[in-house]
Write a protein that binds this ligand. Structure first.
Ligand code: MRU
Length: 353
């Protein structure tokens, strides 16, 4: 498949999945080969691959790999094996709903093909994973185009702040929030991008910066705690971030730190945009309080790139996401258009409810 940007997050190799090791970027470009569903689940958990859409596509390939791994001839055992694999993959990370959305699609293929031969089901699973990957790239391109509509009041020279990485690395290609940045840059509207470093995993400093550098889009990095100051001196005129799960009322979970940025943006009357595919919207939940927030291991906070900065005796917590209330969000840019408040009504409308 034609890569949509210079970054290739994942490469399907027929029987295994190659994932760019995002723990090592930007200092080393290495790929991790996953030839079992267990390896895929571990790669998601350990954040070799991360970002909601990329997690979804990866998990789909994980289920396809499980189909290849099964070597028996009993259909019943095959279905049981697949159920076990899907359960394992579902347990890798809790917040990004795209994971569960993609696995639901894989399960549907399984349910629909129950009367077919194992080899046919196997091929159908692979085809579905490929479809999810291809769709993700075209969805992101559409989000990028719709981003131009969302920013139509900005004449140019945009000074846009982003948090975490919602770029090609977080998706099958092109990116969501960074996809909008790419489209704005192509339209000559970007002055610079302000990249929050995004403690503790440094998705901004390591990954977003790496992507922007390759795209030759002007940017600089700030510490997370500098965001409000930069707004206060007029150096930020808009914010764009991705999302891991959006409740049906518009409350949006994203990388921890997003909430503080949204509060500062509201205070300084700076438009705050979310860019996300519809697969990130969880219509089964009413509000952000129902979104499961992942707490990750202490090590990520205690160490920076393998160097200990906090003694083992000192207590640490590591919530990985937070929830931005819908009222702080100016618009949600999706592949089906730009959703504006009131979110409950307008999200329901986009889903035809
Ligand atoms: O912990 P991560 O790196 O998986 O968190 C990623 C984010 O918070 C992204 O902003 C989100 O998944 C959107 S990616 C297009």
């Amino acid at each position: 498949m034609e890569p949509e940007s210079k970054v290739q997050t994942l490469i399907w190799e027929g029987k295994s999945l190659k994932l760019i090791d995002q723990r090592k970027l930007p200092f080393a470009v290495e790929y991790v080969v996953c030839d079992t569903y267990e390896k895929v689940g571990i790669a998601i958990k350990e954040m070799v691959v991360r970002g909601a859409p990329a997690i979804g596509v990866t998990a789909a390939y994980g289920a396809a790999i499980a189909g290849i791994q099964y070597t028996g001839s009993s259909k019943r055992d095959f279905i049981k094996y697949m159920e076990k694999a899907i359960k394992f993959l579902s347990s890798s990370r809790p917040t990004a709903v795209n994971l569960f959305w993609a696995l639901k699609r894989m399960r549907e293929v399984l349910n629909k093909s129950k009367n077919l031969e194992i080899e046919i089901i196997r091929q159908n699973l692979i085809q579905e994973a490929k479809k999810i990957e291809i769709e993700d790239i075209s969805i992101n391109r559409k989000i990028g185009e719709n981003g131009l509509e969302a920013f139509k009041d900005f004449k140019g020279n945009i000074k846009i702040l982003t948090h975490c990485n919602a770029g090609a690395l977080a998706t099958a290609g092109y990116g969501t929030a960074l996809g909008v940045v790419r489209s704005l840059a192509a339209a000559g509207k970007i002055r610079y991008v302000i990249v929050d470093e995004t403690r503790p995993y440094l998705q901004g400093a390591r990954l977003t910066a790496w992507e922007l550098e390759q795209e030759k889009i002007p940017f600089f990095i700030i510490t997370d705690s500098a965001a409000a100051y930069m707004m206060s001196i007029g150096e930020v005129d808009s914010v764009i971030v991705g999302a891991d799960r959006i409740a049906s009322n518009g409350d949006s979970a994203n990388k921890v730190g997003t909430l503080s940025i949204s509060i500062s943006a509201l205070y300084y009357r700076i438009p705050f945009f979310i860019a996300a595919p519809l697969s990130t919207i969880d219509m089964s939940i009413e509000n952000g309080q129902q979104i499961p927030i992942e707490e990750r291991g202490e090590k990520e906070v205690r160490e920076v790139m393998g160097t200990k900065i906090i003694s083992d005796k000192i207590p640490v917590r590591n919530p990985a996401f937070d929830v931005t209330p819908a009222k702080n969000i100016s618009a949600i840019i999706t592949e089906k258009g730009v959703i504006k408040p009131p979110y409950k009504e307008n999200i329901a409308q986009i889903f035809g409810k």
